[in-house]
Design a protein around this ligand. Structure first.
Ligand code: COA
Length: 533
């Protein structure tokens, strides 16, 4: 192995150790003491429940694990894992979205990031046609931030709006209450298609005992107001009575045992492994984010048989091949690829090729994978006069209108309009994954520093107080730190700008899963509106 390859591997393995640490912190909030407290309440840590819920021996694909770190809300800096666990698992062979409050994080209450995570999981479920299981254990809205979590669209009420709409489309909404569900939160039990409560553990009421006392003077225990017996024997608000969590999990599985099997809306070929091991990715990607990379080597490491059928391979070398297009199979699923290559700067030729390929894959109803490592479209008079604006716009239009499932994987710089053309968050890819090499921001730190410095210099000069060299350097560094910090996968992942930060060795498995789930719904007909050409 060359020195550069050894260095790359060491660098990325070390970066992924930092990710492991963050995921550990997200998975064990409150440490051993919190687990002991749960045990005293007869409760298991939430991932343990999920493991029992999904089919034995299958994997739980957990989303957005690093959500909520460094949010600096009133009195609360971090909300580990966003306060809830979401992800995809199979129940009786069918992909199911699982949403589970983690009561170890401020009693499972909803912060703005918790809501965003809940909404994102429901959105994936609705789009892909998945049943949902809610493991509900929440103190409801995080009250110091009620104005940020209660009244708006995509706030608390939207959880129930989504449940109602999904259930009307035939997507089962099953709630297992395993703790408190107070006030608005009670609807997670009552809105479910079927709900399960556990004796002396689950509670559901529109007003808890303290509120009832204040409002009416009635003194009543939580159990007698809205415990499992009350709702399964008297009010009828819940459907199944269980005596412990294991029994309740088994009940959820029973309820979903006779669902029709899901089917894929594409022909799936026999799966075969890649010839080039997925581990080689650690060598392929340069440790320096802005150094060019050979994306064909990466494709060989993730594709079945390492086989990439390239489109327009010989077109405009040095300009057209800053985007590589073609098809691969991922565990038997045919996938169209649009991938940044080299330095990833998008020239007009590359934008035209990408647009053509998006249109062709849409015609063929083949899903699309965008591998993003681009700092932007080419600037300058030559490029502008050639029509980079209109070709970039065509790319953005085709990305927006393509009716096939689209997934974005970020493996490098992700700046400016290239974020749009390569199917960034605003273009609603079915799934969006980062890696530790992803850097998503409007500009790189260096570029942003120069732009902002020129503005500051002008301001200071016109005020008769020009900047000294030292001040300029300090200003520059401050901006580089800010922009590079905000572009980092941890900062973006905390805010749910990605669905997960994937380790390089997870990429093949995760993409195959994500395309499979995205193809559970029929693919519509292509329509692109007014392209310019
Ligand atoms: N808003 C803000 N913080 C809340 C909260 C809420 N709705 N509910 C609980 N918390 C906080 C507690 O203050 C406590 O914080 P601390 O660890 O810094 O002391 C932490 O979450 C854990 O709560 P605790 O009451 O110790 O947990 P528990 O397991 O004994 O009880 C509940 C859980 C949900 C039954 C109980 O916290 C409760 O009744 N909360 C209020 C629920 C409510 O009325 N919500 C209405 C909003 S829609």
């Amino acid at each position: 192995m060359t020195d550069a390859k050894t260095e790359n591997r060491a660098f990325w393995e070390n970066e992924e150790l930092k990710l492991d640490q963050l995921v550990y912190d997200a998975s064990w909030p409150g440490g051993e003491k919190a687990v002991e407290r749960l045990a005293k309440q007869g409760k298991q840590p939430v991932r343990q429940l999920i493991e029992k819920l999904i089919d034995p021996g299958t994997e739980f694909f957990e989303l957005s694990r690093i959500a909520g770190f460094g949010m600096f809300y009133p009195d609360v800096d971090d909300v580990p894992c966003g306060g809830m666990v979401t992800g995809l698992g199979k129940i009786y062979g069918n992909w199911t979205m699982i949403l589970a409050n983690d009561s170890r994080v401020k009693a499972g209450t909803y912060f703005p990031i918790t809501l965003k995570k809940h909404m994102r999981a429901q959105a994936i479920a609705e789009r892909c046609g998945l049943n949902c299981v809610y493991i509900a254990d929440s103190g409801g809205a995080y009250l110091p931030m009620q104005a940020d979590v209660f009244p708006d669209d995509q706030h608390f009420g939207s959880m129930f709006y989504n449940m109602a709409r999904m259930s009307s489309k035939g997507l089962k909404q099953i709630t297992l209450s395993t703790g408190g569900n107070t006030a608005g939160g009670a609807y997670i039990v009552f809105m479910a298609c079927q709900s399960i409560m556990i004796d002396k553990m689950s509670y559901s009421f529109l007003g808890g005992p303290p509120l009832v006392k204040a409002a009416t003077g009635e003194v009543i225990s939580a159990e007698d107001l809205g415990g499992a017996r009350i709702h399964t024997q008297i009010s009828g608000g819940a459907d199944h009575f269980c005596t412990n969590q294991d029994e309740a999990i088994a009940k959820v599985r029973d309820i979903l045992s006779l669902e029709a099997p899901q089917k894929l809306h594409i022909h799936r070929y026999a799966e075969s492994p890649s010839q080039v091991p997925v581990e080689s990715i650690y060598q392929t990607f340069p440790a320096k984010i802005h150094q060019g990379m050979r994306v064909r080597d990466f494709l060989e490491a993730i594709a079945d048989d390492s086989y990439f059928i390239e489109y327009k391979k010989t077109y405009s070398p040095g300009r057209g091949d800053n985007i590589v297009a073609g098809k691969i199979r991922l565990k038997g699923i045919p996938v169209g690829v649009i991938a940044s290559n080299g330095l990833g700067i998008i020239f007009a030729e590359a934008a035209r090729k990408a647009t053509e390929w998006i249109v062709r894959c849409s015609q063929e109803k083949v899903p699309l994978l965008f591998i993003q490592s681009s700092p932007g479209y080419m600037v300058g008079s030559e490029s502008e006069h050639m029509g980079i604006g209109k070709y970039g716009a065509d790319m953005v239009r085709s990305v927006s209108c393509a009716q096939v499932p689209r997934i974005q994987l970020v493996v490098g710089p992700d700046n400016g309009a290239a974020n749009y053309g390569m199917c960034g968050r605003a273009y609603r890819p079915h799934f969006l994954f980062h890696t530790m090499r992803a850097r998503t921001s409007v500009m790189s730190g260096r570029s942003a520093a120069e732009v902002l410095l020129s503005i500051e210099e002008r301001k200071r000069a016109s005020a008769g107080n020009p900047m000294s060299e030292g001040e300029k350097q300090a200003f520059r560094q401050q901006m580089v730190d800010k922009y590079d910090g905000e572009a980092h996968p941890f900062y973006c992942g905390a805010r749910l700008l990605s669905d997960r930060v994937l380790k390089f060795r997870e990429i093949r498995d995760w993409l195959a899963m994500a395309f499979e789930v995205s193809l559970l719904q029929p693919i519509g007909e292509p329509a692109f509106g007014n392209l310019r050409f």
